[in-house]
Write a protein that binds this ligand. Structure first.
Ligand code: SF4
Ligand code: SF4
Length: 315
């Protein structure tokens, strides 16, 4: 495994961060045993960094993997909390459900601009206090926008940036891959830790996965990249590509070549909650049913979390 220091935090993270969203209830909904088994396998290959979030519902898998191995992952979590009280609850929930006294990284989830960061400042102030008390090691934000990265540059408190980043710039809501790269270079120069998300463009680059993963591994400004992996063949393959090794023939055979897609069940009632939740404007209501525009959808699965009827799935 290859490791990078995450900015100036002192954390030595594997360049592959295990993106746990895909195993949880918003996506594959693996059993506790299946999910923990994958995380343990990743840990055995040297992956020591896992990304989660309050809404992902994946704390239990990570806790179980750490229990089985008696080793700790470096865990990054995030929440939408915007007041001090809400953030205190979010952090306590993470500490309790992960059975981890210190959460390594805690982020403001899906920040859009300086304005949204200002709107969440009370929550940041709480995290700064929690950091002084030793409950969290580093603070930052996740974003799908260049403006979100720019916002982090204004605040020394925000040490970690978790941006969407893939070679085609898929899912960047307000600019090009070149603009994003420029801002991330600036962030790196300022000493921010950067771990990217969606290197496969939410599944849309799966047909070109080796090229997409190799591209992001070669970006020296990126300390680590969070990638969702749904079986051991995917884990083995991503590690082999990072290390420049040949992919095992059996893993190649087992690797799912099928692009994933968002599926909306026939029993959707057209309530529109998912439409409001989607920041990528990928959903509309047509004839009283939600319809997805797959060119816009990055398969984040966040819409599934607000559907009262569990009518949205990624398959
Ligand atoms: S939230 Fe669920 S029921 Fe409502 S429109 Fe979306 S898919 Fe349909
Ligand atoms: S439609 Fe759902 S899965 Fe697709 S981008 Fe929007 S919130 Fe994410």
């Amino acid at each position: 495994m290859k490791y990078h220091r995450l900015g100036q935090t002192g954390l030595l993270v594997s360049r592959i961060c295990y993106g746990s969203l895909t195993m949880g209830p918003l996506q594959r909904n693996l059993s506790l045993d299946e999910g923990a088994d994958l995380l343990v396998h990743a840990m055995e290959l040297g992956i020591n960094f896992v990304d989660t979030a309050e809404i992902y519902g994946t704390y239990a898998y990570i806790k179980e993997a750490m229990r089985r191995t008696q080793k700790e992952f470096i865990v990054a979590s995030k929440s939408y909390s915007y007041t001090g009280k809400m953030m205190a609850d979010s952090l306590e929930k993470a500490r309790k459900e992960l059975d981890k006294d210190v959460i390594d990284i805690f982020l403001l989830h899906e920040q859009e601009s300086l304005l949204t960061v200002k709107g969440h400042w009370e929550a940041v102030e709480y995290l700064v206090k929690a950091k002084a008390q030793g409950k969290v090691k580093a603070i930052g934000l996740s974003t799908h926008l260049v403006k979100g990265v720019e916002a982090a540059l204004n605040y020394p408190e925000l040490e970690i940036i978790h941006p969407i980043y893939n070679y085609q710039g898929l899912g960047i809501l307000d600019g090009s891959i070149d603009l994003m790269r420029e801002k991330l270079k600036e962030a790196k120069r300022m000493g921010k830790g950067i771990y990217a998300m969606k290197p496969l463009g939410g599944g849309n680059l799966i047909a070109d996965a080796k090229k997409a993963m190799t591209w992001v591994y070669n970006q020296e400004d990126i300390d680590a990249v969070a990638v969702g992996m749904q079986n051991k063949a995917e884990i083995n393959t991503n590690v082999a590509w990072l290390l420049g090794q040949t992919v095992d023939a059996e893993d190649s055979k087992n690797l799912s070549k099928q692009a994933r897609k968002l599926h909306i069940e026939d029993y959707c009632l057209g309530c529109g909650r998912c439409v409001q939740r989607c920041r990528h404007n990928a959903l509309t209501i047509v004839n009283e049913r939600a319809v997805v525009d797959s060119d816009r959808c990055v398969l984040c699965g966040y819409c599934g979390g607000v559907c009262p009827d569990f009518a949205i799935k990624i398959i």
